[in-house]
Design a protein around this ligand. Structure first.
Ligand code: AMP
Length: 398
């Protein structure tokens, strides 16, 4: 089957066409600045050149049409016609408590997703626009929604409730949901597979360290805790997001700076994290590493503070599961940045991780970092959310 995987943002649309039998990516790309001046499509067929074409994209429907044109182009296309797309898998950010698993999309399901919009006002409406555009252009192609929150729906109450009046949970569903679920699920299953063990026998901590970042505790195959909350702002220090802070800071800063609480939250989302901590050097760990190597003290502090927060979560989740067998690093930083892994690893020696500094130099590949007699196996596993979405799509469509 050929599965088109769509990840739609408010002004962007990322796509991959995957042959689900060989699990090969046939083509991938990105439509950027949809609805804004200077929109463009970046497209790359397997083994071919990446091209960028500036083209007017007033809305997502036009973007989807362009993607189809690229995929079916008589010269550079990878499929003969639209009929060769057998299913579409959509990434959806928030499924609230309604969706604990992926789902075939129909009118009823779409209205249930719409009811989750106020939990993710920046993401879910954009996801729905992408779905509706695809349905308009491919009305007879089955579509599946895969939720970032679904994997974490197994969390027990003690992990997902905040210490707030219960009525806020009952009335508004204010609770911890967690995100990056597709990645935590994919990577924890792959860890068990690599180790030749049944996931039902393992306590795994997954550190998904990308621009957005979260840690999860996966006990016997189920998420029992994760660091993101009602929104993806909670938890780790991220590229531009603050992660955990004392909520009283919001009104304190608002008053001091003469701005609204909403503006402070915007700063917590877009100008904080390692970007903010480094005094504005960068949200990118490569830039921060270079700045730190040149002696920039704020960049060094940002990297150390980041690593310390990750290590504290790993320690907490080892306690939450009463032990840990496997720690996995994944996503941009987790897969590629040996320095960040080494800084985090420094705090984890007490667990018996025994990370080998030579193996820790490897980048972007599956590798066991710990030595053979380590009590806790530490690994790097590249995540692949698109492949996970394609697999889910095939599972449901079949
Ligand atoms: P992601 O959101 O998973 O794409 O991760 C993005 C982050 O990964 C960026 O902020 C980079 O700092 C980091 N990253 C990606 N590639 C590398 C690399 N080769 N070395 C160090 N950091 C990297």
């Amino acid at each position: 089957m050929n599965v088109l995987v769509i990840n739609c943002g408010s002004s962007s649309l990322k796509y991959q066409l995957i042959n689900s039998d060989s699990e090969e990516v046939l083509a991938k790309g990105l439509c950027e600045r949809i609805g804004i001046d200077g929109s463009a499509i970046v497209h790359q067929p397997a083994g071919g050149e990446k091209t960028r074409m500036e083209v007017d994209m007033p809305n997502h429907t036009k973007a989807v049409r362009l993607v189809i044109e690229k995929l079916t182009d008589p010269q550079a296309g990878v499929i003969a016609s639209l009929d060769k797309i057998d299913a579409v898998g959509h990434r959806i950010v928030h499924g609230g408590e309604k969706f604990a698993t992926s789902v075939v999309l129909n009118d009823e399901v779409l209205s249930a997703i719409e009811q989750c919009n106020d939990l993710a006002p920046l993401h879910n409406p954009a996801n729905l626009i992408g779905i509706n555009s695809c349905r308009e252009i491919m009305p007879n192609v089955p579509m599946v929604g895969v939720f970032d929150t679904a994997f974490h729906q197994t969390m027990p109450k003690k992990a997902y409730l905040y210490g707030l009046p219960l009525s806020y949970y009952e009335k508004y569903k204010v609770r911890r949901y967690g995100f990056h679920g597709t990645s935590h699920d994919f990577v924890s299953k792959r860890a068990a597979q690599i180790l030749g063990k049944d996931i039902k026998d393992l306590k795994i901590i997954v550190c998904h360290l990308g621009n957005g970042a979260s840690v999860s505790a996966v006990k016997y195959g189920e998420s029992v805790d994760t660091s993101m909350g009602l929104t993806p702002l909670e938890g780790l220090i991220m590229g531009t997001r603050s992660g955990d802070i004392d909520p009283a800071i919001v009104t304190f800063i608002a008053e001091k700076e003469g701005i609204s609480a909403e503006q402070v939250l915007d700063i917590c989302n877009k100008k904080s994290g390692v970007l903010g901590l480094s005094g504005g050097v960068s949200s990118d760990f490569r830039d921060l590493g270079e700045a730190a190597a040149e002696g920039d003290e704020a960049a060094k502090t940002a990297l150390e503070t980041y690593a310390y927060r990750v290590a504290k979560y790993v320690g907490a989740y080892a306690a939450a599961m009463n032990g840990v067998d496997v720690i996995v690093f994944t996503a941009g930083v987790g897969e590629n940045n040996g320095d960040a892994r080494a800084k985090i690893g420094k705090y984890l020696g007490f667990l018996g991780t025994n990370i080998d500094p030579e193996k820790n130099k490897l980048r972007g590949e599956e590798v066991i970092l710990s030595d053979a007699d380590a009590k806790v196996v530490t690994m790097v596993i590249p995540t692949n959310e698109e492949l996970a979405i394609a697999r889910e799509t095939v599972r449901l469509v079949k």
